[in-house]
Design a protein around this ligand. Sequence first.
Ligand code: SF4
Ligand code: SF4
Length: 300
Amino acid sequence: MTKGLVFNIQRFSIHDGPGIRTTVFLKGCPLRCRWCANPESNQAEMEILHTPAECVSCRSCEAVCRYGAIRFQNGSFHYDASLCTHCFSCVGACPTHALAVEGSWYTVSELMEEIRKDDPFYKKTGGGVTLSGGEPLFQEEFTKELLEELKKQGYHTNIETTGYTSREYLESVVPFLDLIYMDLKHPDSGEHLKKTGVPNDRIISNMEWLLKQKVPLVVRIPVIPRFNHSRETARSYGELLTKIHAREVHLLPFHQFGMGKWKALGLKYDYENDKTMHEEDVREMADILKGYGLKVQING
Ligand code: SF4
Ligand code: SF4
């Protein structure tokens, strides 16, 4: 039986599509965006998260790990994911819950059981289910089975995707989708590659194909300082998006919600000194995009 690795099920979501929704966050992503709000979603496997504020440096985790994946160096906790076998003895040995396991396996029917709990809210508000991540199309087999089942049972479905997937797979899941939120992190492929680890050509090509098929699609732009937050970039977005006949754009101002998780995973966060953005910070970009005839919403 196919199982999917889920790292969060968020109920009562109001920013992930119409109405009140349940958003299912799936692990695994082919991109490595330097500002990612969910860095614990990157790997399509269970992971250990260490919260330094909860750690009393008792070193029980180091003592119990038979694989040398946890080491204290100069009094600091270090975790080497490449040595970890996911036995989770360390989590059980931690007296303060400073260690947590990220990710749980679900079958489609187990997940459907969770989703059904909020049926009255979907019905009352025209809501439904959104798959997010990570990249929700990364666990291909599971996501397709889940979307098929959701549609079969009459749920409104949306995905928040990077668009970085094969055309063949995309074509196979489109019949089960009512809406697609697709990110375009930068209109220039070289810049896109620098901060996400992949070029943007496949994403733009998939976006263009979906728009040609008249699939309801919203382009989402995370507005990131020192990356795409400029008038010039807004104009490049405007030119590109009108060329491929996109109609609707959501601008998502930068925030630092993911910072603590980068640290808990022992990763370096590049945006520690950048301020959280607000609506007024991206209004000029919104006005430029509106000038290209696009319908623009801030915060999505
Ligand atoms: S999960 Fe097991 S192998 Fe991984 S760090 Fe913990 S004790 Fe070591
Ligand atoms: S067992 Fe928990 S509290 Fe003790 S050193 Fe490891 S993470 Fe810190």
